[in-house]
Design a binder for this molecule. Structure first.
Ligand SMILES: *Cc1c(COP(=O)(O)O)cnc(C)c1O
Length: 394
């Protein structure tokens, strides 16, 4: 038996080492407080769960779903885009439900990338953009996101021979892991660039509803001409605390959505229908849970930022997303610093380099930590002492 090169070439997950260390400490009976997990700790709102229970009792939902989803779900997604962003979508052609957005993000590469093709991928980033590209036989070309540019990629200065092979451009705002946001003028520039070079823009926007201080993120679909050259992946996961139910969507360019629909109709048999009814309820019902959750995250954000600043980490409060992106103290790299926090105070964070080379020098802390653990974790972090500064580094 011989595993394919495509699988063998997948690099071992950087977090394996850290997770091993955490597991060892736990086995010794140490309590580790984790800021490392980006998965809402607050339950799915009860009205959405009620809908699932009701739908589960209906035998019509026990059979194979249509792979493109219930027409009512497409309509609910389009109506939500209309209400939230003022964007009109054709539910039959410009909307496709997904088995969680990660599924579509991974699969769309198979619709556009032939061996040797390139996808422009931000660095640092959610790992699936690059991995999907590689699994399709393509190559990621990394665009680094730097603090001095607001963690937006620079589209100027990419070599013409690279652009000639480029089929996809990945962007993600509000951003994981940096917490950065993008405004409409950035999306307008991206669309202009993509048109010029005939590249499909794939915007990943699962955090558009997770925002603070009254800030409202924009959609790529609001940009002039976006649907001619772009798609937007979205998800119920972060907006409605539904990561465990696996439902998301892609909207935008009809040819791209159609290609992904064709691929998926050959690979999967759709989203369990009872879960589709949950999504319809989530998108169409009252939205007050969103601001309640955001108030909770905002309060946690403020507490985390204050403590990190107090112990000497440079960090700006994010306006959206579930993450605080903090600069590690002088003399550390992101892996050393993560190990130091784990050893000295039993607190787990995520090393920035796990999201790409340009993530070096940062760690990510998630706001999805229950309040009791948060309080304990913050008090431990307050007690962290930088011993590294006192001993000159060889
Ligand atoms: C959480 C997350 C997703 C997707 O989640 P699904 O649960 O698969 O919908 C996609 N992109 C980014 C950047 C994320 O952080």
């Amino acid at each position: 038996m011989k595993i394919s090169r495509r699988i063998e070439n997948l690099k071992p997950y950087l977090f394996v080492e850290i997770n091993k260390k955490i597991a060892e400490k736990k086995a010794r009976g140490e309590e580790i407080i984790s800021f490392a997990i980006g998965d809402p700790d607050i339950p799915t709102p009860p009205r959405i769960i009620e809908k699932l229970c009701e739908a589960a009792h209906d035998p019509a939902n026990h059979r194979y779903p249509e792979s493109e989803g219930l027409p009512e779900l497409g309509q609910a997604i389009a109506a939500w885009y209309q209400r939230r962003f003022g964007v009109t979508l054709d539910p039959a052609k410009e909307v496709l439900p997904l088995i969680g957005s990660k599924e579509g993000i991974g699969h769309i590469a198979l619709c556009f990338i032939d061996p040797g093709d390139i996808a422009l991928v931000p660095d640092p980033a959610y790992p699936v953009y690059a991995i999907g590209t590689q699994l399709a036989g393509g190559r990621p070309y990394y665009l680094s996101l730097r603090a001095e540019h607001g963690f937006l990629p620079s589209l100027e200065g990419i070599r013409n021979d690279i652009l000639a092979k480029t089929k996809l451009l990945w962007i993600n705002y509000p951003n994981n892991p940096t917490g950065a946001v993008a405004e409409l003028d950035f999306f307008n520039r991206v669309v202009e660039f993509a048109r010029q070079h005939n590249i499909l823009v794939c915007h990943d926007g699962p955090y558009s509803e997770v925002a603070f201080d009254g800030y409202q993120p924009v959609s790529l679909m609001q940009a002039e001409g976006a649907r001619e050259i772009g798609v937007e992946f979205h998800s119920l996961s972060k907006s409605y605390n539904m990561t465990g139910w696996r439902i998301g969507m892609v909207v935008g360019n009809a040819a791209a959505v159609g290609a992904l629909r064709t691929l998926k109709s050959n690979l999967d048999s759709g989203i369990p229908q009872a879960i589709q009814y949950m999504a319809i309820e989530a998108l169409s019902g009252p939205q007050d849970a969103i601001s309640e959750h955001n108030n909770t995250y905002q309060r946690r954000r403020d507490l985390i930022v204050e403590v990190l600043n107090n112990i000497g980490l440079e960090v700006a409060p994010p306006r959206a997303s579930l993450y605080v992106w903090a600069k590690v103290p002088e003399g550390y790299n992101s892996v050393d610093f993560t190990a130091d926090l784990l050893d000295q105070v039993g607190v787990a964070v995520t090393p920035g380099v796990g999201y790409g080379r340009s993530g070096e020098g940062y760690v990510r802390l998630s706001l999805t930590i229950p309040d009791a653990a948060l309080v304990k974790g913050l008090s431990r972090l307050s007690g962290w002492r930088n011993t590294r500064r006192l001993t000159p580094k060889r």
